[in-house]
Design a protein around this ligand. Structure first.
Ligand code: FAE
Length: 544
């Protein structure tokens, strides 16, 4: 008889600790000492679990923590690795200056966001490996995503930004904004370990010269700049600069992972869930199918176990009473569209797969004069943003990004977030067995126009020009890639107002696919806060 990870029936007593969830308790993470979420043991074929969560990013991690705190065992399935074992260089992750196989998900060449320099391609050969950053290619865009236990938190810039309330009300009018801003955003920020740079230290720190230059130039052009919180520990970064701690943010580490300093989900939400003793994680397991169980209630979940070369070494099928999709905007949308259109979950609504947007992302670089150096040492965690979101015609929030080349280059780099109205649809392609995304190259134009409204004015004020050598040969805008995929299973359209998938009791969506294509700022705090809100309702109504 197959081993049962946990029994199907849970006693009422196991639900009593629900109070802890209602109170929103998550002890502030102990900086840099929290144990990484340790995978208990991988699932075996034939296992039955009460709850299976697909993916270990923000939505999945919140769901797993609150359920385990409520006494409910959770099995998480993650296609990426558990990033807990150092490589031969003694480091878990590689840096951006010397990428190796650890950098990319199954690529033989790097695929960097800034992939040109002085007009020449800048990518290099690497061994194919289940690395931490995936650049997933669709017809007209590439979507960057984290792969591993912790999802996007492993590779992102850590910027923990709450959108303006009026914009949140515009994008998700059905959600009670009072509850979001009074309860769930604060709960998310506490759980994520968001903290802010000390302005006095920032003002003199050599590693933030680039941000001070960017802020002052924005000010010259009449734009407001704001400090932005981050989940990277600023006390740790201060020690890095002082030379009393190993460098990470100051050692060109970010999009291929941070060896120190960053409070990624494996050190916060997932570590807290693991500490309940009720969490298991199966890394290097990719969910490929979900359908109603042949016998009884619940769902049958099929997954492929991968080796670090990406080869399938086993196919397993388990059953689960409830399944939460936390595979990210792209991962969840692809899975659900495929399940609907191949007949495994045929009653999923037409809205599944629709409403995908890129958060208006566009990247751009400017060339500064020799007398405006941006610094040879640059902290990889952005802390300043140009806030032009109130502009009625061209809303734009632009993070002042590092260009951590390890040497002075006089480059100012920005990731602009704009209000781009275009939305794409995921469709199952029976010819390839894959999923296509209908995004068109021309659809980034509204983002370019809004960003140009800011950076043309800054260039005019400074007498400077764009760098046209960073994103191609004479190409100004980095508009063919996305850091912030959002939507595909939009709240209130593809799901009910708490992420339940209609027609399939026990199936839920819990990640960035719920957000309708735009947040106006970097999205992970909103994804986390919405997941906090939704799981509270689901625990109160769907368990017990
Ligand atoms: P996500 O974190 O992507 O987690 C999904 C997980 O599911 C991943 O671990 C996948 O490997 C896994 N998965 C996918 N499909 C399967 C499957 N079939 N079976 C098993 N597992 C699967 O989803 N956001 C900010 O707010 N601030 C920033 O500073 C910021 N910087 C960024 C920088 C970069 C380079 C990138 C790529 C993103 C950045 N983001 C930032 C975006 C942020 O990381 C992203 O919105 C969230 O990670 C999305 O959270 P989800 O829970 O939706």
């Amino acid at each position: 008889m197959p081993e049962r990870v946990r029994t199907r029936g849970l006693s009422r007593r196991q639900f009593i600790s629900r109070a802890a969830v209602t109170a929103g308790t998550l002890a502030a993470p102990t900086l840099l000492t929290a144990a990484a979420a340790t995978p208990a043991r991988a699932l075996s074929s034939g296992d039955h679990v009460p709850v299976l969560v697909v993916g270990t990013g923000y939505g999945g991690a919140v769901t797993a923590l609150r359920l385990t705190q409520a006494g409910i065992p959770v099995a998480m399935v993650e296609m990426g690795q558990s990033w807990s074992t150092p490589g031969s260089d003694g480091k878990i992750f590689c840096n951006m200056l010397k990428p190796d196989g650890r950098a990319y998900w199954l690529r033989t060449e790097t695929d960097q966001p800034v992939s040109y320099f002085l007009g020449a391609p800048y990518n290099k050969s690497i061994p194919s490996y289940t690395g931490v950053l995936d650049s997933e290619h669709f017809a007209n865009t590439r979507v960057y995503q984290g792969r591993g236990v912790g999802g996007g938190s492993l590779v992102n810039g850590g910027m923990a930004v709450v959108p303006k309330r009026w914009y949140f009300e515009e994008i998700l009018p059905q959600v009670d904004a009072d509850a979001m801003y009074n309860v769930y955003y604060p709960r998310a920020n506490a759980g994520l370990g968001a903290n802010s740079v000390d302005p006095a230290w920032y003002n003199s720190a050599s590693c933030y010269q680039y941000a001070r230059v960017g802020s002052s130039q924005a000010g010259d052009a009449g734009f407001n700049t704001v400090f932005v919180p981050n989940v990277y520990s600023f006390p740790y970064m201060q020690r890095e600069l002082a030379g009393s701690a190993p460098r990470s943010a100051l050692a060109s580490e970010v999009i291929y992972g941070n060896n120190y300093g960053k409070q990624s989900l494996d050190k916060t939400y997932l570590a807290a869930a693991a500490a309940t003793g009720r969490l298991s994680i199966s890394p290097l397991h990719k969910v490929t199918a979900v359908s109603p169980a042949a016998v009884g209630s619940g769902y049958s979940v099929t997954m492929e176990q991968l080796d670090t070369g990406g080869n399938v070494v086993a196919v397993k099928t388990v059953t689960a009473d409830k399944v939460f999709f936390g595979a990210g905007s792209v991962g969840t949308s692809k899975l659900l569209v495929t399940m609907r259109d191949t007949g495994l979950l045929p009653d999923l609504p037409a809205a599944v797969g629709q409403g995908w947007g890129n958060n208006g992302n566009v990247m751009v670089g400017r060339a500064n004069y020799l007398w405006a150096p941006t610094g040879g040492l640059q902290a990889c965690m952005p802390v300043r943003g140009i806030d032009n979101w109130a502009d009625p015609t061209y809303p734009c929030f632009a993070e002042i990004s590092p260009f951590p080349a390890g040497t002075e280059l006089w480059i100012s780099l920005y990731l602009a977030i704009t209000k781009n109205p275009n939305r794409a649809t995921f469709t199952y392609n029976p010819g390839t067995g894959g999923v296509d995304l209908s995004w068109q190259a021309s659809w980034t134009q509204p983002s370019i126009t809004a960003a140009a409204n800011v950076f043309d004015r800054i260039n005019k004020a400074e007498g400077t020009i764009y760098r046209t050598d960073l994103f191609g040969v004479y190409k100004t805008w980095g508009d063919d890639f996305v850091y912030h995929p959002l939507g595909g299973c939009v709240l209130g359209k593809a799901t009910d107002l708490y992420g339940r998938l209609p027609g399939y009791p026990g199936l839920y969506v819990t990640d960035g696919s719920l957000i309708p294509g735009s947040t106006g700022v970097n999205p992970f705090v909103t994804i986390t806060a919405l997941a906090e809100r939704n799981i509270e309702n689901v625990i109160a109504n769907d368990f017990g």
